[in-house]
Design a protein around this ligand. Structure first.
Ligand code: HEM
Length: 281
């Protein structure tokens, strides 16, 4: 079965579009490289871009479940596995680039992984994500049984934490992107927690948006305090300074408040679908 078809072998446009789009970042990195556009250290830059895309794709695969529920788009599930596997492949590429950067000296690669904490964390994350990628097939679900398979695949939440720690630790000073993405990740975890308890109304979305905004501001303040000793209250105060560029906490709040009109659309779609469904279906 091709990645862009359903179980009956019919073409699914959403799957095809996603499949093609997932090649985009890889082609973009290769294109920049071929044009000598990756700066003075092309391998390091390619490492950064592949690592960053891997995190975007991991978050994208985690966003499928909340998004399909909020906008009522059940078919979105069709692309979750594909996006997750693509994240895994970008990570393998990321690791391969690291090996290439170390001139293929595997002894050095191994000792760096053992000695540098951010690489140790990254390597554990990589092993875990590859294990999830390998067991993402229908055959594995069948072999493991759906309960054990789901339990295994829920480790992605912890692996995601390792991915963030690795990304934060390797950052030199500016962690804006990682602060913002960790706030979004935190919001997705809160949504899962709430929806498992049947709490998925508008009020819950507003509470999640506010809590995620607050935790994003706290993560940022604590990070800068730990890294540079800047007093946390000064970093927190920056969130209220209108002269500064948009702060991560503000972007997270805005991004999550967009879920409210999306949910409205979702409810309309659900009502339409129910009207169209034959009685008793
Ligand atoms: C879960 C697994 C991993 C994820 C999600 C990941 C992700 C990332 C991200 C997002 C960045 C930073 C991009 C940026 O800020 O521009 C990065 C940088 C980097 N990663 Fe990974 N990575 C993982 C595993 C690994 C492994 C296993 C290695 C090598 C053993 C590795 C080596 C590096 C290096 C060398 C850098 C750049 C550090 C620098 O510029 O000084 N990563 N990674």
């Amino acid at each position: 079965m091709a990645p862009w078809t359903d179980h009956k072998g019919r073409l699914v446009p959403l799957k095809l579009a996603t499949f093609l789009a997932l090649f985009g970042p890889a082609f973009w990195v290769l294109w920049q490289w071929s044009q000598d556009d990756l700066g003075p250290k092309p391998v390091t830059e390619a490492l950064h871009q592949t690592g960053t895309w891997a995190v975007y794709l991991l978050l994208g695969s985690l966003a499928v479940t909340p998004l399909r529920a909020i906008v009522y788009w059940p078919r979105l599930i069709d692309i979750r596995r594909m996006v997750g596997v693509a994240a895994c492949l970008y990570l393998i590429g990321h690791f391969a680039l690291y090996i290439y950067d170390q001139k293929g000296d595997m002894l050095r690669v191994a000792s760096e992984i053992v000695l540098r904490f951010y690489l140790t964390i990254g390597f554990i994350g990589l092993l875990g994500i590859v294990a999830l990628g390998v067991t993402s097939t229908d055959g594995s679900v069948h072999r493991l049984g759906s309960m054990r398979w789901s339990k295994l695949h829920r480790t992605i939440y912890w692996l995601m934490l390792l991915a963030f720690i690795h990304a934060f630790l390797q950052s030199k000073i500016d962690v804006t992107n990682w602060v913002m993405l960790s706030g979004i990740f935190f919001a997705m975890m809160m949504w899962r927690f709430a929806s498992r308890r049947g709490q998925d109304g508008y009020a819950v979305l507003v509470v999640i948006a506010l809590l995620a905004c607050l935790s994003t501001a706290l993560i940022e303040a604590l990070w800068y305090f730990g890294k540079t000793g800047v007093v946390a209250s000064r970093v927190l105060a920056a969130n209220f300074d209108s002269d500064l560029a948009w702060r991560p906490s503000q972007i997270v709040l805005l991004a999550l408040l967009v879920c409210i009109p999306l949910r409205l659309i979702g409810q309309r779609r659900m009502a339409d679908r129910r009207k169209k469904a034959p009685r008793g279906a």
